[in-house]
Ligand binder design. Structure first.
Ligand code: CTP
Ligand code: MG
Length: 229
């Protein structure tokens, strides 16, 4: 039984503007709905928890018509705390060793094939898996004076994307441990790594972007228009 937890409780400070970016509309639907639709494209996803900010007045509910539930809960002041709230809101049918897909509301361009690959390979891994994409740029290490101290070999460096697939109880424990140590983990895998666990990297497309700035939104508009052409 695999459910999704979709953190959508952020304020979108880097994007700016009055509307939090997860509610910006493209082709008549908010980004959070595009992200949910991408998850529900896989029949193995049995439901979703959307994690909302405490003062959210914009969520209007959503269903893909299949009867799979989309429920909401209230998030926290960091992404990790929002994910923890989402895990707590999962129904009992998601057992302790049941899988949970964590996927950013702000990542509307998840490809069907990438989600399928993540589910297939992650469910076979003892720890779980994340979508990721290889780094393409040459990486420089900066000194305190702004000068270059060196070039990092990029062969083994990947950019972490979402979804990330882990077992409910194990992920909850890892996120709680990070919170107890006052470490702000920026993805689920980082919390698992701190436990000495080694999640699997599953290569996904680089266009699974997290909308962070207005330029990212324009790129998603372009990608969506091209998809439906
Ligand atoms: N998120 C969340 N709860 C938080 C912070 C973030 O649920 N306290 C969610 C965001 O809504 C987003 C995802 O986590 O879907 C990824 O976070 P990010 O891109 O950083 O979004 P924001 O925090 O909203 O943006 P910013 O950091 O620019 O303020
Ligand atoms: Mg943020």
């Amino acid at each position: 039984m695999t459910w999704a937890v979709v953190p959508a409780a952020g304020r979108g400070a880097r994007f700016g503007g009055d509307v939090p970016k997860q509610y910006l509309e493209v082709a008549g639907e908010p980004l959070v709905v595009h992200s949910l639709r991408a998850l529900f494209a896989h029949p193995g996803v049995k439901g979703a928890v959307v994690v909302l900010a405490p003062d959210d007045a914009r969520w209007r509910g959503w269903s893909d018509g299949s009867g799979r539930p989309v429920i909401t809960c209230t998030g926290g002041d960091t992404r990790a705390r929002s994910v923890l709230a989402g895990l707590a809101a999962l129904p009992d049918e998601v057992r302790a060793d049941g899988f949970v897909l964590v996927h950013d509301a702000a990542r509307p361009n998840l490809r069907k094939a990438d989600l399928a690959a993540l589910l297939e390979r992650g469910r076979e891994d003892p720890v779980g898996a994340i979508l990721a994409t290889p780094v393409r740029d040459t990486l420089k290490r900066a000194g305190d004076d702004g000068g270059i101290d060196g070039t990092e070999p990029r062969e083994r460096l990947w950019r972490a994307l979402t979804p990330q697939l882990f077992r409910r109880l194990q992920l909850g424990r890892a996120l709680e441990a990070a919170a107890a140590d006052a470490i702000e983990v920026t993805d689920e895998a980082m919390a698992m790594e701190r436990q000495g666990l080694r999640p699997l990297l599953v290569e996904g497309a680089a266009d699974n972007i997290k909308v962070t700035t207005p330029a990212d939104l324009a790129y998603f508009e372009f990608l969506l228009a091209r998809r439906t052409m």
